[in-house]
Design a protein around this ligand. Structure first.
Ligand code: SF4
Length: 291
């Protein structure tokens, strides 16, 4: 399998065949994101030949894997005219595949009609990973996400309406100390309105060389400290009113690994956070955190 640059994929796709159909991210402007800044990660759609070659490789050497993840940043941005034959080829050449997943930002979801999403679902698209990051309008504008809370909600609902599993990522600390409360509450509200099947809460790790990393460096952005991050997570959880949602804050960037099912486990998760806030559970040391 050949790849352009390093590959980023959701933790739950660890055992998937990673098929790179785009390189980089078509947006590539979020101020906190350093994923696709390298020269070899300039956005492009890989050629049909490159993709076909890698599917042929997978057909030969990846016969035990049952899932495919389409990389990089927003593979859903491909036109329907490219996606339909691609999905058909995967089904034809990798008949053991049971699930196809990809990252899809709100712009890419918007570019598809409900019928087109349903068509992709019928061809095997099982899961879309979408970055909400924050539900707060001011923060979304500051991080240059190119979306509003309303556009995020409508994209998320469209995915759910198409019957596709929606996994949404949010980023603790993105409002800094200044907007921590409003970040937590607005994000909880927007997640409730989107009603995803899975929520993943990561914790901000400012990266050198990104606009947000520079802002931390020059003192114009102050990230919450670990205890404040935990309080933010607590507030966000209280603001989420969803049922039958898998909630995960157990990424390597988090100070306190927790997961459970909302609303069933909400009180239990809050109790764990409270114990950590009281000093009864140690937080992950800074040196152990990773992206
Ligand atoms: S849309 Fe995702 S991959 Fe693209 S710049 Fe923003 S966070 Fe990074």
């Amino acid at each position: 399998m050949n790849y352009d640059g390093d590959i980023i994929r959701p933790p739950s796709e660890a055992d998937s065949i990673i098929l790179q159909v785009t390189v980089g991210c078509s947006h590539n402007r979020c101020t906190f994101c350093g994923a696709y800044k390298d020269e070899n990660k300039k956005f492009r759609i890989r050629t049909d030949e490159e993709i076909a070659e890698n599917i042929a490789f997978a057909a030969r050497y990846c016969t035990r894997q049952r899932k495919v993840f389409l990389a990089d940043g927003d593979a859903l941005i491909l036109s329907q005219k490219r996606l339909v034959p691609l999905f058909a080829r995967i089904r034809r050449e990798l008949p053991q595949i049971r699930r196809i997943s990809l990252y899809g930002n709100a712009k890419a979801i918007r570019s598809k009609t409900l019928e087109e999403l349903r068509e992709l679902k019928s061809l095997g698209l099982d899961r879309i990973y979408m970055g909400l990051e924050s539900g707060d309008e001011t923060i979304l504008a500051r991080i240059d996400k190119g979306e509003t809370p309303a556009s995020m909600i409508s994209a998320g609902r469209k995915v759910a309406e198409a019957g596709i599993f929606l996994s949404v990522t949010v980023l603790l600390g993105l409002g800094g100390v200044e907007l921590s409360r409003q970040h937590a509450e607005a994000t909880g509200r927007v997640l409730t309105a989107m009603a995803p099947r899975q929520i993943a809460a990561l914790t901000l790790m400012p990266l050198a060389g990104t606009p947000l990393g520079d802002a931390v460096e020059n003192g114009s952005f102050q990230p919450p400290d670990p205890v404040a991050m935990l309080k933010e997570l607590r507030r966000m959880l209280i603001s989420i009113n969803c049922d039958k949602v898998q909630f995960m804050a157990n990424h390597a960037s988090n100070y306190l690994p927790i997961s459970g099912r909302l609303g069933r486990d909400k009180d239990a998760i809050l109790a764990i956070i409270d114990r950590a806030l009281d000093g009864g559970i140690a937080l992950t040391p800074e040196a152990w955190r990773a992206l």
